[in-house]
Write a protein of this length. Structure first.
Length: 242
């Protein structure tokens, strides 16, 4: 089965997730960090990395650059990569597949990967993008992750499972053994099943979604009754009358 990475930026939430041995890694992004109230990127990273190193050295974390031009993307990527070396903990540098003007980052991805930087190429939506990323990563020995935003693809009423399956089918195991595919922007726990049968290696899930794994195999009749009971109790607590 595939690995589950916890997606978020709440410090305490990450530490709680790290206590779950079924969680194999962690991801975040500037949007999640802003929502969690993170105001100092460097402090957040330099606090969380050594803590994860101490309690879950077998895991990794993906931290995203937030620059939009080649020079600063490369500069930030090297700073983040240096944290990995400083704390002796595996950090992946998240680099978007393109910038805000739609210019691809393939050349930069090739350069950074060739220099031995672990990359997580993010905001990937299409087979064409995956093909170009695979070409950019070719011959590099540095581990890399390709994050396909399956949930957002589904938002467009297109079948994410078929698109992801096509993308993972591009991999040639003998050549691309350092590349892993990730099902990103998870919408529901069943996405885990879809990601697995699509050939993904990893899925990112929020803490609330991860908790729902406890429902696996639950009797549906019992779940139906519990749902009715929830509606009944909430109506009574609200004091509704007709």
């Amino acid at each position: 089965m595939i690995d589950v990475y916890a997606d978020g930026a709440d410090y305490n939430g990450i530490i709680e997730a790290a206590r779950n041995n079924n969680i194999k890694g962690f991801t975040t992004n500037p949007t999640l960090m802003r929502a969690a109230g993170v105001t100092d990127y460097t402090k957040f990273a330099r606090d969380i990395i050594p803590h994860l190193k101490s309690i879950r050295p077998d895991t990794n974390i993906s931290l995203e650059v937030f620059a939009d031009d080649d020079y600063n993307i490369e500069r930030q990527a090297k700073i983040i990569d240096n944290w990995s070396k400083e704390f002796d903990y595996q950090v992946y540098v998240k680099v978007p597949v393109m910038n805000t003007e739609g210019k691809s980052n393939y050349e930069l991805i090739h350069k950074l990967s060739s220099e031995g930087i672990n990359l997580n190429v993010t905001a990937v939506f299409t087979e064409r993008q995956c093909t170009n990323i695979m070409n950019a990563l070719m011959k590099s020995k540095a581990p890399a992750i390709i994050s396909i935003f399956a949930g957002r693809i589904a938002d467009t009423l297109q079948d994410p499972e078929q698109i992801v399956k096509t993308c993972t089918g591009l991999r040639i195991p003998e050549i691309d053994r350092n590349i892993k595919f990730l099902w990103a922007s998870c919408r529901e726990v069943f996405n885990y099943v879809q990601a697995d049968r699509s050939g993904c290696d990893i899925i990112t899930m929020t803490p609330d979604q991860i908790k729902k794994f406890s429902l696996k195999g639950k009797d549906l009749h019992d779940y139906s009754r519990e749902t009715v009971e929830m509606f009944f109790n909430d109506a009574n607590k609200s004091g509704y009358t007709l």
